[in-house]
Design a protein around this ligand. Structure first.
Ligand code: ADP
Ligand code: MG
Length: 242
């Protein structure tokens, strides 16, 4: 579903990504971890065409991200993205946060959009809050709404960039629970997260990045079950977070 092939990216003279190659198959959950500054966010942003890259190729469901002929708005609608900060529209109600792009991008009628929005809010346990505004919700609730909003576009895959790292600890699980359920329903997911409990539960593969390179890309069982087989950097990193 997501194919990343020999991607290099620089910000000016500073090379952020070097020869990154991996893929996420349909229905697969891939967790991306690694030290701060290793390029995790940049890689995710390249997948969603939020950042250009200089070399290599990324395709989503066969559509090339870097191709000037690709309609980026359509592409972004096909890949849901959830950030660390929830980035809901503050001036819109929760329901309208979910409905607006359905009407504007998917050309759904207002009533169709509303029906879909309410069903999604139900799914993330937020239906009773549909009439509220983002500022009236907790961080965990806002993040669940952000996930529902991304799902409203019927994405073929979901990208997450540290969706729980800005949350108070007591709110982390309510968001992870939604992500676990999504994974179990078969959603294709690429998740930057240091929540190794989540990785153990639902990941198929774990990618470890260091200084712009993918230095580990292996099955979850191998990643957690065989520490001796890991690179020094990955072992050091794991020893700090586990
Ligand atoms: P991570 O998400 O793993 O913490 P990032 O992808 O955010 O890492 O950043 C990787 C590197 O690129 C860091 O050294 C960061 O300072 C640099 N970087 C990120 N965004 C920009 C930018 N817009 N301009 C210049 N450098 C950037
Ligand atoms: Mg980051």
């Amino acid at each position: 579903m997501i194919e990343i092939s020999h991607v290099d990216k620089s910000y000016g003279a500073f090379q952020v990504l070097t020869d990154c190659t991996t893929q996420v198959r349909k229905g697969e959950v891939v967790v991306v971890c690694g030290p701060s500054g290793s390029g995790k966010s940049t890689l995710i942003k390249c997948v969603n065409a939020l950042e250009p890259f200089q070399r290599g190729r990324i395709t989503i469901d066969g559509v090339s991200v870097g191709d000037p002929k690709t309609d980026l708005n359509k592409l972004r609608a096909r890949v849901g993205m959830v950030f660390q900060h929830f980035e809901l529209f503050p001036h819109l109600s929760i329901e309208d946060n979910l409905s607006i792009a359905q009407v504007k991008v998917l050309r759904r009628s207002a009533s169709e959009a509303r029906t879909a929005s309410m069903a999604l809010l139900q799914r993330v346990g937020m239906r009773a809050h549909a009439h509220k505004f983002p500022s009236q919700l907790s961080g965990g609730q806002q993040q669940r709404v952000a996930i529902a909003r991304a799902l409203a576009m019927n994405p073929v895959a979901m990208l997450f960039d540290e969706p729980t790292s800005a949350l108070d600890p007591e709110m982390v699980n309510e968001v992870l629970d939604v992500m676990v359920e999504l994974a179990r329903e078969g959603m294709t997911m690429m998740c930057v997260t240091h929540e190794m409990g989540f990785a153990r539960k639902v990941a198929n593969r774990v990618i470890f990045m260091d200084r712009g390179r993918i230095v580990e890309d292996c099955a979850k069982e191998e990643f957690f079950g065989n520490p001796a087989g890991r690179s020094d950097r990955a072992r050091q990193f794991l020893s700090k977070i586990l």
